[in-house]
Design a protein around this ligand. Sequence first.
Ligand SMILES: C[C@@](CO)(OP(=O)(O)O)[C@H](O)COP(=O)(O)OP(=O)(O)OC[C@H]1O[C@@H](n2ccc(N)nc2=O)[C@H](O)[C@@H]1O
Ligand SMILES: Nc1ncnc2c1ncn2[C@@H]1O[C@H](COP(=O)(O)OP(=O)(O)O)[C@@H](O)[C@H]1O
Length: 316
Amino acid sequence: MRSYSLIAPAKINLYLEILGDRADGYHELVMVLQSIDLADQIDLRSISTDTIRLHCDHPQVPVDKTNLAYRAAELMAELFPQALAQYGGVEITLHKRIPVAAGLAGGSTDAAAVLVGIDLLWNLGLTHSELEELGAKLGSDVPFCLAGATAIATGRGEQLSPLPDLDHIYVVLAKYRSLAVSTPWAYQTYRQQFGSSYVSDTVSLESRSARVHSGPLVNAIARKDRAKIGQLLHNDLEKVVLPAYPQVLQLREAFQSTGAATMMSGSGPTVFALVESQVQAEQIKEQVKTIMNHPDLDLWVARFCNTGIQVASSVK
Ligand SMILES: C[C@@](CO)(OP(=O)(O)O)[C@H](O)COP(=O)(O)OP(=O)(O)OC[C@H]1O[C@@H](n2ccc(N)nc2=O)[C@H](O)[C@@H]1O
Ligand SMILES: Nc1ncnc2c1ncn2[C@@H]1O[C@H](COP(=O)(O)OP(=O)(O)O)[C@@H](O)[C@H]1O
C-alpha cells in the first residue's frame, strides 16, 4: 500500500496588526509569520475502501469531521472523485506534538500536510498555488503552513510574500495545558473594543499594509538583526487576550523579567521568547518554570526553521 509520512511545523506570529474588518466577517490583517521546528508527524496511507479514516494520539484533538485534517481529506475527495475511485481512500494518523488550541496553527499545518500528502498519494501534480487556493478554503493560516519559513501574510492571512530566511534563532514557548483561547472570540472582542479606530477606505488599508512591507521589522529580518527583530515584535490580539486571561499576562511578565524579547503568538494563549542560543533558551525555560511554579504549565524549546510541509519518508 502506498504511504507517506509528513512533517508539519508550527508557526509563531512575529507581527500581527489588525487593519480593519471585512464584509465576509473576517479581519484584514498584516502579519509576519515564522515556522518553528516544533512539528506534528502525519502519516497517510491508501486504503481499499473509498473512505477517510483518522486516528490521533492526543485526547484534546477530535477525530471526527471537525478535525481540520479530516476536512482537508474530505475536500480532496470531493474535488477529485476519479482519483478517489482509482487509488482508494486515505487513512490518516496524526502524531500530535504541537500544543492544541495554542495560537501555533497546529490544526492548519496538519490540514496543509494532508493536502500535500493526498496530492502525492493520488499523483495529482497540483501546483503550489493550487494547493494554496485549496488551503485558503480550510483556514486562513493553511496557505502559509504549506511552504512555511518566514513570510508576510495579508488579507485574511492567506496572501503571502516570502521574506529572507532567518537562521539560528531559538524560541522558548510556554502554555497552560488546560487553557484555550477561542480565535473567533479574540477577533470579535477586538472589533468590539477597537473597531472604531479602523480605517475603512482601501487606500489607507493598503498604505498601512505597505508600511509593514517596507518597515523596520522587515528591514531587521533582511539584515538578520536578531536584537532588532525582538524589539519589534507586535501582536494586536494581546490587547484583548492579556486583560481577559490574567494567567497569560503573568506568563508574559515572567518571560519579560528574564530580559528576553517576548510576545503572545496569534490568538494565544502560548507566550514565546526569542533567544540567540540553545543554552540561553534552556536557561530561560528553567527560569520561567521556576517563577511560575505551576504544574499545569508546559514549556518547550524550539528553533526557527525555513521549511513548511516536508516528506519524511514514503512507500510507493
Ligand atoms: C490568529 C491567527 C494568527 O496567525 O492564528 P491562530 O492564533 O489561530 O493560530 C490567525 O489569524 C487565525 O487563523 P486560522 O485559525 O486559520 O483562522 P480561520 O480558521 O480562518 O478563522 C477562525 C476565526 O477567526 C476569525 N478570523 C480569522 C482570520 C481573520 N483574518 N479574521 C478573523 O476574524 C474569524 O472569526 C474566523 O471564524
Ligand atoms: N488537526 C488538529 N489539530 C489540533 N486541533 C484541531 C485539529 N483539527 C481541529 N482541531 C480543533 O481546532 C481547535 C484549534 O486548535 P489549533 O489548530 O491547535 O489551534 P490554533 O488555531 O490556536 O492555532 C482545537 O480546539 C481543536 O479542537
